[in-house]
Design a protein around this ligand. Structure first.
Ligand code: CMX
Length: 433
């Protein structure tokens, strides 16, 4: 059975459950909203329906109930001792069940067949300055493809609401298929004199990205498979997923919605932190010496950064309260494959020093490393040293989760999102009541 038909089979009963829940229990209270929760960026307020993954503050992310260590064992791989294929995590997020090797191979083939870029994308990218931020190029290229949205065409042709998911399915599959080509084009354009490399349709989604970027060895393929798997989703409330959902809730097509999410990912408090980490480490090493042997020097440096009103990138999280399991997976990978890399050793040192320093500052709720604390040094080790590009790689991976979420939102028929805002006086009045 095709993936699309499998999706219909899963979606129909769930959509009926959603409708029944709304019909029978819409008035049921599920939590308390305080002044603090609203004014701290809606922290702790349950306000979205997302099935693809769930974030536990203590344990970290689970994809459809499976933890990262479990999925590193259970998901199909290109090689028995390798890392999961990102196709597998997408299949799991979309359908809620583990794929077979055949399911993943079929998905890889489908994406390869859909991956040709509309010709005008090259014109859009080539018209941007060569030093345009890679995330700006990425977002612009995605946005420009709104012209080829099948959802938009179906909507304009008068499609019924109940069928919106169908053309959305085609859009999200086209978009995921095309995204590695866009990323690789930007990478080669920006850093390799625009010498482009043809796609290799026989490779899986992540390995083909490595290939088109110019990294044709099994080590980079393995790293990018892990990277794409780990960054794929973080439930619905993070900035990029939420921005995409919000824009998509106006029935904007997936290209508009995903581009909006990528503009959020480009912020330093979100995905941009993955490139900030490596710049931050380089700055630190330039000042304190090229090794992490003296932890006191690192501690002093971190304290001075905090005193200067700067954040320590790669540490802290809005929901997590323990070490991010996505960091742990990357740490394990580094210990196994690059234990002697100086930059990786610095990441290990920082893990020993930073949580203690941040833990002594009462306002910081989570002193532990997040996903961004280690990813840059792994890429750097294998020669992908252009750290301004790292957030694009995050975005390539995040397409898997955000677009699976968007398809489910269309299948459920989730309504337009429209919370209420109030001026400061209103909050002051509530406080006095
Ligand atoms: N370094 C310095 N200060 C930090 C900090 C850090 N790593 N983490 C939190 N704080 C500060 C906040 O800036 C905030 O200070 P103010 O009250 O003066 O504004 C205070 O501690 C309370 O913050 P919090 O409630 O613990 O955390 P938030 O939910 O507000 O913010 C996050 C979460 C991730 C933005 C924050 O921890 C941070 O800025 N971390 C560094 C950037 C980073 O690594 N971002 C990537 C996150 C993962 C991702 O999305 O990719």
């Amino acid at each position: 059975m095709s993936l699309k038909n499998k999706f219909v089979e899963k979606a129909l009963p769930r959509v009926a459950e959603y409708k029944k829940l709304m019909a029978d229990h819409a008035d049921k209270e599920i939590g308390t909203v305080t002044i603090g929760s609203v004014l701290s960026g809606m922290k702790g307020v349950v306000s979205l329906l997302t099935d693809t993954s769930k974030l536990d503050p203590e344990e970290g992310i689970r994809f459809r109930g499976y933890s990262i260590p479990e999925l590193r064992e259970l998901l199909p791989k290109a090689h028995p001792k390798g890392e999961p294929l990102p196709e597998g995590i997408f299949y799991l997020m979309l359908l809620g069940e583990l794929p077979s090797d055949e399911d993943v191979a079929a998905l890889s083939k489908d994406w390869a067949q859909r991956s040709a870029l509309p010709g005008y994308i090259y014109g859009v990218l080539d018209s941007m300055p060569i030093d345009a931020r890679p995330m700006a190029q990425f977002s612009a290229a995605i946005l420009s493809m709104a012209a080829s949205s099948k959802f938009y065409s179906a909507y304009m042709a008068g499609a019924s609401k109940k069928d919106y998911w169908d053309s959305t399915y085609e859009d999200i599959m086209d978009l995921i298929a095309r995204i590695p080509r866009i990323a690789a084009y930007i990478y080669r354009r920006t850093y390799h004199e625009n010498k482009q490399i043809e796609a290799d349709g026989s490779l899986d989604w992540a390995a083909n990205l490595a290939h088109m970027m110019g990294y044709d060895n099994f080590e980079v393929h393995r790293l990018l498979r892990l990277y794409m798997f780990l960054h794929a989703d973080h439930e619905g409330g993070n900035v990029s997923a939420h921005a995409s959902h919000l824009v998509g809730s106006a029935l904007s097509n997936p290209y508009y919605a995903f581009s909006a999410g990528m503009n959020g990912l480009a912020g330093p408090l979100h995905g941009f932190a993955n490139q900030e980490v490596i710049r931050w480490i380089q700055d630190m090493l330039n000042q304190i010496g090229k090794s992490c042997a003296e932890k006191d020097k690192i501690r002093d440096y971190v304290v001075k950064q905090l005193e200067a009103g700067k954040v320590i990138p790669g540490y802290g999280h809005a929901v997590l309260r323990k070490t991010d399991p996505r960091f742990t997976a990357q740490l394990e990978f580094g210990k196994k494959y690059l234990p002697h890399d100086t930059m990786f050793q610095v990441v290990e040192c920082l893990y020993e020093v930073v949580p203690e320093v941040l833990g002594n500052i009462s306002k910081i709720k989570n002193p532990w490393p997040n996903v961004d604390a280690a990813s840059g040094v792994l890429l750097n080790h294998y020669g992908i040293k252009e750290f301004e590009f790292y957030t694009v790689l995050f975005g390539v991976s995040r397409s898997l989760g955000i677009l699976a979420q968007l398809l489910w939102a269309r299948a459920y028929g989730l309504p337009i999102e429209r919370p209420i805002s109030q001026p400061l006086e209103w909050f002051k009045q509530q406080a006095e009541k």
